[in-house]
Design a binder for this molecule. Structure first.
Ligand SMILES: Cc1ncc(COP(=O)(O)O)c(C=O)c1O
Length: 370
């Protein structure tokens, strides 16, 4: 049996006719960048995220970069974030000239430890970027309080968390700015790169819209520095087709997560392998990540040989990346992030995954350990 980590072909088969129709419309219109489809998507994503405004941009990475730029974060400013994330979170901070200040994660949900943030706040701290990793919100109550008390900009990296909730509030509506990715492997994936920034601030909304087109307003008059951060109409048209399915796909991911829990318990594997914990609200399971204390890499190899796709998100935490060595963090500084990098493994969780495939995955994990 084959169980890929993700099966985008299965999803495409279900929506192929709709996608071909809307992409054909874009070809007929020959209107490829921004325009009415992007505008409609911005309105629909803003509504979906319970946010006043949304601005379509070229990727999740650019969503982070433009958010930092729009918030006026620059050289010498400190930005508090997690060392256990995709590179773009930290790369964007460094690209605007700011200094990332890391706070270790909690091992029950792999998100930043809110209790450890305040001691890292200095006079130079300007922002906090919590990352809602794997589709689950950080503990935002205390992070929002801290941002308010210390007058810090709060930028949510919600690239993996569209539709996730913290105490009933949607990712992207909890901070000043919310950054989303439409990278194909995300729960709401485009057919290429794309992203979105959500904000309840009309002022930030206006600045973001100017900055995404080289800071020009009106055209060819540049009052501020921006970049080419525009979203393509083709991507917007495809995401508009997918959006009505998102809650159905999310429900399937949640069902699959529940089924893994039942299967691991049934096989008596929960003493050996730690399953992801759901805290404080709606988890949208962009990834289902297990903690494997023993022989993680050998298990990955064994599953690969058995036709099962898995992935390590992420093998090297940000403070140990060669390009961030000037930040002077060392091995041992963030033990939980380092443990997660050494011992976690993402299993297939995509909506079209069948019960039979999940049974096969768990049986193979059982077979590896007995
Ligand atoms: C946590 C996180 N932040 C940022 C990004 C960047 O998004 P993109 O790949 O769309 O640039 C990703 C996507 O991989 C991500 O997972």
């Amino acid at each position: 049996m084959k169980v890929p980590l993700l099966d985008l072909k299965a999803q495409y088969a279900a929506i192929k006719d709709e996608v071909l129709a809307v992409t054909s419309d874009v070809y007929e219109d020959q209107h490829f960048i921004l325009g009415p489809r992007v505008k409609r998507l911005e309105k629909e994503i803003a509504d979906y995220c319970h946010c006043k405004n949304a601005v379509g941009v070229s990727s999740g990475t650019d969503a982070l970069l433009i958010s930092l730029m729009a918030a006026g974060i620059g050289p010498g400013d400190e930005v508090i974030t997690t060392p256990y994330t995709f590179f773009a979170t930290v790369g964007s901070i460094v690209r605007v000239g700011a200094i990332p200040v890391f706070v270790d994660i909690e091992l029950d949900n792999y998100n930043i430890n809110p209790e450890a943030i305040e001691e890292k706040i200095t006079k130079r701290t300007k922002a906090i970027i919590p990352v809602h990793l794997y589709g689950q919100c950080c503990d935002m109550t205390s992070i929002m309080d801290l941002a308010k008390t210390h007058h810090l900009i709060l930028i949510e990296d919600a690239a993996q968390a569209i539709g996730a909730e913290h105490n009933g509030q949607r990712a992207g509506s909890l901070g000043d700015l919310g950054c989303f990715s439409f990278f194909p492997s995300k729960n709401l994936g485009a057919f290429g790169d794309g992203g979105m920034v959500t904000t309840s601030s009309d002022n930030l909304n206006k600045v973001l819209k100017i900055m995404r087109a080289h800071g020009s307003s009106p055209k060819y008059f540049h009052k501020m520095l921006g970049g080419n951060f525009r979203l393509d109409a083709l991507q917007a048209a495809i995401i508009l087709v997918k959006l009505p399915y998102l809650d159905i796909w999310t429900a399937s991911r949640q069902t699959n997560a529940g089924r893994y829990v039942d299967l691991f318990e049934w096989k008596g594997l929960t003493g050996l392998i730690k399953l992801p914990e759901q805290k404080n609200g709606r988890h949208i399971y962009n990834q289902f990540v297990i903690f494997v204390p023993d022989q993680r890499d050998k298990l990955k190899e064994y599953l690969y040989e058995a036709g099962i796709g898995t992935e390590i998100y992420y093998p090297i935490p940000m403070h140990l990346q060669p390009c961030f060595q000037n930040l002077e963090s060392r091995q041992g500084d963030f033990p939980n992030a380092e443990a997660a990098a050494e011992r976690t493994l993402a299993l297939p969780i995509y909506p079209e995954l069948t019960e039979k495939q999940q049974v096969y995955v768990v049986e193979k994990i059982e077979a590896f350990y007995v």
